[in-house]
Design a binder for this molecule. Structure first.
Ligand code: F6P
Ligand code: MN
Length: 299
């Protein structure tokens, strides 16, 4: 079995292998602490959301690991008012613990990372790698450094825990199996409601758990579409472009799919702030294009 460092030594530059290894190793630490840090931290994040202790813990662990590589110039995080700075030249974003509302139910949680060659905020055109971790029945690490999407799972190796390759060059299946759309249905804009009706009529299954990483990951595996759409009361949606959507857009494109805000490729959007949100439609290219057409007809 190929482990992460063997895989990196053959296919990923040192400049990217170091920070990617740092987050994979830090994920062991975060995973181990989940049962002990479930309570509230008593603070709000920059988005006004109540932080849990594990949000704060995961933020500290990942930021320290990334900056410790000396390759990272800044780490911008959903949990930080201002990026933490370092000595390198790579610019990193992270949602250190995605899906905090699922902590107490032990449903899937995740972490999301983007790496850029330009200072933040910047468009996805400057992205050089992206990765996500799932804390579910398996602890997995999925990444793309611009040459396909590869997934590793944590196992007990001879020298302790390690990540071994379980999926190489992941591609979205041509046949679309599942869909998951966030937000209250009564707040969906009309084209979204119409489109979802048509997905149901063609036999696609609803899979929605309320953690972006977990829900997107199902689409990556089974084909289909994930969305956190434009809402009537929130036209730019809920998910954060830099911390959540852009890294998954990089990954879905590398897997042969597409990510759109309804009109534009997510990776072409030019954010004016780190906190910007955007409607997010990710999955099989044909479905994302179909929804874009539906949205443009009603604009
Ligand atoms: O980070 C925001 C988040 O928790 C995502 O993980 C998830 O996709 C979304 O919010 C769920 O929101 P809602 O409860 O409105 O469907
Ligand atoms: Mn999140």
């Amino acid at each position: 079995m190929t482990n992460l460092s063997e895989f990196f030594s053959e296919s990923v530059s040192d400049q990217l292998a170091k920070p990617l290894t740092a987050i994979a190793e830090a994920a062991f630490n975060v995973s181990k602490h989940l049962p002990f840090a479930m309570g509230k931290a008593g603070r709000l994040n920059p988005f006004g959301e109540e932080q849990t202790k594990i949000d704060v813990f995961a933020n500290d662990v990942f930021a320290t690991s990334l900056l410790g590589t000396s390759i990272v110039a800044e780490v911008a995080s959903e949990e930080l008012e201002r990026p933490k700075t370092g000595t390198g030249s790579l610019h990193a974003t992270m949602d250190p613990l995605d899906g905090s509302s699922n902590i107490s139910t032990n449903n899937p949680l995740g972490s999301i990372f983007g790496f850029y060659s330009s200072p933040l905020p910047c468009s996805g055109k400057g992205m050089v790698a992206a990765a996500f971790v799932t804390y579910g029945p398996m602890l997995t690490f999925t990444f793309s450094a611009g040459d396909g999407v590869h997934r590793f799972a944590a196992v007990e190796g001879v020298n302790g825990k390690e990540f071994v390759l379980i999926d190489e060059r992941i591609r979205l299946p041509d046949e679309a199996g599942v869909y998951g759309f966030g937000g209250l249905r009564r707040e969906w804009i009309d084209p979204v409601e119409t489109f979802v009706g048509s997905l149901e009529r063609r036999g696609m299954k609803l899979r929605y758990g309320g953690t972006f990483v977990g829900d997107f990951n199902q689409v990556l595996r089974y084909g289909g579409i994930f969305a956190y759409p434009a809402l009537k009361n929130r036209p730019r949606g809920k998910l954060r472009l830099l911390y959540e959507v852009a890294p998954m857009a990089f990954i879905v494109k590398q897997a042969g799919g597409l990510a759109s805000d309804g009109a534009m490729d997510i990776l072409s959007l030019e954010p004016s702030s780190l906190a910007e949100t955007c409607p997010a439609y990710l999955g099989n290219t044909s479905l994302v294009r179909e929804l874009e057409r539906e949205l443009s007809r009603r604009r």
